[in-house]
Design a protein around this ligand. Structure first.
Ligand SMILES: Nc1ncnc2c1ncn2[C@@H]1O[C@H](COP(=O)(O)OP(=O)(O)OP(=O)(O)O)[C@@H](O)[C@H]1O
Ligand SMILES: [Mg+2]
Length: 479
């Protein structure tokens, strides 16, 4: 499903938020929460205070206007314009919010005003109280800032109109003062919240970080570290459960090791017993059966010389041929079971014999290169390498359909390496069938001696088999 731009943006934001660590997340929540709360409160307070102040200042203006109108009536009636101006000046002096005040006659002409530098043009016309109104207010944008111009009719308008200009400054200043105070308080609260959050985060994340470290150790197979129970909360319970699990894992691992050790010992025993048995049967065939067959052949030969009958001659010759064939078969069997060369002459001789015999039998070109030095390898290592190469060659003959095979055995500083390569059909080595024993047996033999076996093959690309087995280390160096 294709994502829309909005979904992609959300997903990206989620990825970024998800990637930061828990401490930053908690700090972010605290800072974001505090700032949002403070901003909401400040805006709300600003709006309320502005409304309240506006009402109050306007009411104050109206009451000043009314007072002025009441006191101006007599002065207008007696036409005492000097006293009227004094009244206006007094009104302005007593009320710091009053920017100006003036009185108009019913025709709209200025009778008296507080302006020292001439009456501002157009001011008279901007506000007028209607016939039924007690007062009328207009907000003006003047050179002195915003001013509420309040018109109050004098003697119901028959004696004129009193006009008072009330400054809007007081509202703005009060709101500004309150806002800056709120800002300061916000900063203070933010600082305190950050301190508290840092402390809380430390307390919260400390056990989690420890849990992460111990989990990593467990993942690497080290079951010894334990998580401390920092507090009696859910994280404490988690630590306990985790420790129980690690202890259980350690026990299971110990059991597994013991079983593995037992299995190896058993396998070693079986392999040793098998080799011993093969050696015994091979010797028996060689020393017992072969000798008896040779004696039989010598007897037949003697029979040939002491008897002149041509029929006996022919019969004896046939029997000698049969006995010769059986002797050859017995030799082959004895060799396959366990070549005497492996025990008597060492691995190189046994391998060369094996490869030559294999080449002749299967008619596949094979060459072998052996660099093992003069010193013989330990018996178990020789047997393992011999058996692995024997099985590898058997597999080539059975499965590969190869034309050429090469085998290499080499002693290195700390290990012996063997490689058997063929140019046959190859196979998918990643999906080796577990029910087959050949490869599994080769691997087992290598691993029992601390080594490893690798097969590189792909259909149509031939097969390469690598074996590495470490040399047992003696005090003086490699053995
Ligand atoms: N050199 C090779 N060329 C091609 N295929 C091979 C080669 N070596 C092994 N294989 C494949 O790997 C499989 C497993 O080999 P493995 O030796 O384990 O079993 P196997 O030879 O079939 O039977 P056994 O248990 O008697 O040895 C073989 O069946 C074969 O398909
Ligand atoms: Mg096999």
């Amino acid at each position: 499903m294709k994502k829309t731009f909005g979904q992609k943006l959300l997903w990206r934001a989620w990825e970024i938020i998800g990637a930061v660590n828990v401490r930053v997340k908690i700090m972010g929540i605290v800072i974001g929460g505090t700032l949002l709360l403070s901003a909401a409160l400040a805006l709300q307070m600003r709006a309320s205070v502005t409304r309240l102040m506006e009402t109050q200042v306007q009411e104050q203006g109206v009451s000043i206007g009314r007072d002025l109108s009441a006191r101006a009536t007599d002065l207008i009636l007696v036409n005492d314009l000097y006293a009227l101006r004094q009244l206006l000046l007094e009104t302005r002096a007593n009320n710091p919010n009053v920017v100006y005040a003036f009185v108009l006659d019913p025709q709209g002409s200025v009778l008296a005003a507080t302006f020292d530098e001439g009456f501002p043009a157009g001011l008279r016309e901007v506000n007028e109280a209607g016939a039924q109104e007690h007062h009328h207010t207009v907000l003006l944008n003047t050179a002195q800032g915003y001013v509420w111009d309040i018109a109050v009719p004098i003697f119901n308008g028959q004696a004129g109109t009193a006009r008072v200009g009330i400054s809007y400054d007081i509202v703005q200043q009060t709101v500004l003062t309150l806002t800056s105070q709120a800002l300061l308080t916000t900063l203070l609260i933010l600082g305190l919240s950050l301190l508290a959050a840092a402390f809380l985060t430390f307390i919260l994340t400390r056990p989690i970080l420890e849990l992460v470290a111990v989990t990593r150790a467990v993942a690497q197979g080290d079951f010894t570290p334990r998580v401390r129970r920092w507090a009696d909360d859910e994280i404490g319970d988690l630590a306990d459960a985790f420790n129980q699990m690690t202890a259980e894992l350690a026990r299971t691992d110990e059991l597994r090791r013991e079983r593995e050790q037992l299995r190896r010992q058993l396998l070693e025993g079986i392999i040793a017993a098998q080799e011993e048995e093969r050696r015994r049967i091979s010797r028996e065939l060689h020393d017992g059966t072969s000798q008896s067959l040779t004696s039989l052949m010598v007897g037949l030969k003697n029979l040939d010389t002491i008897c002149d009958s041509p029929q006996v001659h022919a019969q004896a010759q046939d029997l000698r041929n049969v006995a010769g064939q059986v002797l050859e078969d017995v030799h082959d069997l004895a060799f396959q079971l366990r070549p005497a060369a492996l025990d008597d002459l060492g691995l190189p001789a046994a391998l060369e014999h094996l490869v030559n015999e294999w080449q002749n039998r299967h008619q596949i070109r094979a060459d072998v290169v052996i660099h093992l030095g003069a010193e013989r390898l330990p018996g178990s290592l020789e047997t393992a390498l011999y058996r692995i190469i024997q099985e590898a060659l058997t597999n080539v003959a059975r499965h590969a359909g190869a034309k050429n095979v090469s085998a290499l055995v080499e002693r290195r500083a700390r290990e012996v390496v063997a490689v058997v390569e063929d140019d046959g059909l190859g196979f998918d080595s990643a999906h080796l069938n577990g029910s087959r024993l050949g490869v599994a047996g080769m691997r087992e033999r290598a691993e029992l001696l601390g080594g490893k076996l690798t097969i590189e093959s792909a259909p149509g690309a031939g097969t390469s088999l690598f074996v590495q087995i470490p040399l047992p280390q003696t005090e003086g160096g490699a053995s």
